[in-house]
Design a protein around this ligand. Structure first.
Ligand SMILES: [Ca+2]
Length: 166
């Protein structure tokens, strides 16, 4: 066992020593629901991103399991796989919409790494749907019951204009 541990730390050390001196710039995260326009360069790493928040980790995970995310560029399908991050706790600012009264919300991010190699102006659209209606645990109409949202015929949709410069 000790021998295995020792090998493992040797590997970590080797990786550390061969890491580049200057780290690459972090990817630019583009979320059409949270921004209207953004400028990137042709060499930037980009993450097309959507976010889902819920009043509990399990409600956030439930959304992830039922959600489909689709992207278009200038109205044309942009096939990409969405990988969801694990839900992370966040402090809910202001009055909590959660029926449970919790002040801790959970955010998960659906991410698709990409880049824009050709300069230009692009309209990027994100569409999120869920196969069945579900709740994020919030009561937005004030009836004391967590609201249902999504499901057949419902879509979350928004766009962002991306200007790509050399
Ligand atoms: Ca309600």
């Amino acid at each position: 066992m000790r021998r295995i541990l020792s090998l493992a730390s040797g590997l970590v050390l080797a990786l550390t020593m061969t890491a580049p001196v200057t780290a690459a710039a972090p990817p630019i995260r583009i979320n059409p629901f949270h921004m209207d326009e953004v400028t990137v360069t042709t060499s930037d790493s980009v993450i097309l991103e959507v976010r889902w928040g819920a009043c509990s980790k399990s409600l956030d995970q439930r959304f992830i399991g039922l959600a489909d995310v689709a992207w278009t560029v200038d109205g044309i399908d942009f096939p990409t796989k969405t990988k969801w991050t694990k839900p992370e706790p966040v402090v809910i600012e202001g009055t909590s919409p959660c029926v449970s009264g919790t002040t801790t919300g959970w955010y998960a991010y659906g991410q698709s790494p990409t880049s824009f190699p050709t300069p230009g102006v692009y309209v990027i659209a994100a569409s999120m749907t869920t196969r069945i209606a579900l709740t994020d645990g919030g009561d937005y109409d004030g009836d004391g019951i967590a609201d249902l949202m999504g499901g057949p015929g419902q879509e979350w949709f928004d766009t962002v204009t991306v200007t790509v410069i050399p």
